[in-house]
Ligand binder design. Structure first.
Ligand code: GDP
Length: 420
């Protein structure tokens, strides 16, 4: 919301509205004639790092929340994926929910989290393969970006602009869609930053799912040259009348009910939030051993492994604490946790686990069995993903291994081809 600045500008003016709003600020290259106006909820998040306790009720767990788009004319839909949670952030069957008239641009965000030596075109090819049978149709482009580092965002804007330029009379609107917490708002801020060279306009971002609780409309004029394919003068010349430059819509995140991150409290989520160039820890896992990941998931090596050492190698891409023990002991530890006993090796960081909380967590359940072999010792043969909290790459040289995957409630985990 833009308002003229009073003679003495204040940093923020919270209102009672619960709707996320565009806010403005007077620093960082901003126009001194506007002041920052944010809703109370955004103010709490920005200044006190707090979010209302019912945050998770703001978002639906199904893309049905996007069904309103079915009645909209053809638009450009930017489907944002989180590279840290590829399986968890994909909106399967999206085209059925939003209609088939829209063109989809896939954006794989947060690539700054990947190790430095990762070849980004390989990540793009990986995601392209993953999109087969995903129910996301009309994909016209894909971009691998880091909204936080403003990497790849310029190219994304240029592509969006080129696509909009094809429709000279009425360039299509842009909808940002994706699961909660994939970085839609951060991406919009990055686009605004390259349009303005400052942080004059921005939407609220926060590391907890459910930050954006309603559709936020941003006139594309705000993005100036980055997304509006003509100057105001050209707009008039085209047909004599002024063409509306269109709107960018930030939609509320679709909550993933399978995400294992939902079992973590906001403080724990903050502590386990991945940092750029995620550190990777590699362990040897022997036959009969289990790798427990933060008390949320487990991988057992049931059979096989390297002929000489009886081991497979496991590389953990997650900030959750890892504990390796005999499978029998791991069974016992998870039973004790389910009975409400404190089992420190299975706790998320933050010392916030209590017996009462442990007792209401769902039990660890079997997800799937997999038979694997890996002849190339330098490459992983598969990843076991745990939605929202990371993944474990299975590597080492072995002819035969059987692994069993478990997770809390028996959901939100599985196997996929290796990302790296
Ligand atoms: P939204 O719910 O999809 O709008 O997600 P937000 O934009 O609020 O972002 C959720 C969290 O992810 C915030 O803590 C962001 O700072 C973080 N985030 C967003 N983009 C990136 C990125 O490119 N890299 C990293 N490391 N974090 C990001």
């Amino acid at each position: 919301v833009d308002t003229p600045a009073p003679t003495k500008t204040t940093s923020s003016a919270p209102t009672d509205s619960t709707t996320a709003a565009i806010n403005t600020e007077e620093s960082n290259g901003a126009d001194p004639n506007v002041r920052r106006v944010v809703c109370k909820r955004c103010h709490e998040m920005n200044h006190h790092h707090r979010i209302a306790p019912n945050w998770h009720r703001d978002v639906a767990d199904d893309p049905e929340v996007l069904e309103f788009m079915k009645s909209k004319p053809s638009a450009l839909v930017v489907h944002v994926l989180d590279v840290y949670d590829l399986q968890g952030s994909l909106l399967k069957g999206l085209s059925n929910f939003i209609g088939h008239q829209h063109r989809v641009i896939l954006v794989v965000n947060k690539v700054d989290l990947l190790p430095k030596d990762v070849h980004l075109p390989r990540v793009a090819t990986y995601v392209q393969r993953m999109m087969k049978d995903s129910g996301v149709l009309n994909i016209v482009a894909m971009h691998v970006v880091s909204a936080r580092k403003v990497h790849g965002v310029r190219e994304l804007c240029a592509d969006l602009m080129a696509l909009r330029r094809r429709f000279t009379q009425s360039p299509p609107d842009i909808y940002m869609v994706g699961r909660a917490n994939v970085g839609k708002s951060e991406l919009i801020n990055a686009m605004l930053r390259i349009s303005y060279g400052g942080t004059q306009y921005k939407v609220t971002t926060f590391p907890i799912p459910g930050t954006t609780c309603d559709v936020v409309e941003i006139p594309l004029q705000r993005f100036r040259k980055a997304l509006v394919p003509y100057t105001p003068g050209e707009a008039q010349r085209a047909g004599g009348e002024v063409i509306d430059p269109g709107t960018l819509y930030d939609t509320p995140g679709v909550f993933n009910n399978y995400s294992l991150a939902k079992y973590l409290k906001p403080d724990e989520l903050k502590l386990t939030w991945p940092k750029p160039h995620l550190s990777v820890a590699t362990y040897g896992l022997k036959c009969g051993q289990s790798l427990c990941i933060g008390g949320l998931g487990r991988i057992d090596l049931q059979e096989g492994g390297d002929a000489a050492t009886g081991r497979i190698m496991v590389s953990v891409f997650s900030n959750l604490p890892v504990h390796i023990t005999q499978t029998k002991k791991a069974d016992d530890m998870f039973d004790r946790l389910a009975a409400g006993e404190l089992v420190p090796d299975l706790h998320p960081p933050g010392r916030t686990m209590t017996p009462a909380r442990a007792a209401v967590l769902p039990r660890l359940k079997f997800v799937s069995n997999h038979t694997l072999s890996n002849e190339n010792a330098t490459m992983a043969c598969a990843d076991v993903y745990f939605m929202g909290v990371g993944w474990v790459a299975i590597a080492g040289r072995f002819k035969h291994a059987v692994i069993q995957v478990h997770s809390l409630g028996g959901r939100g985990a599985g196997i996929r081809p290796p990302l790296m």
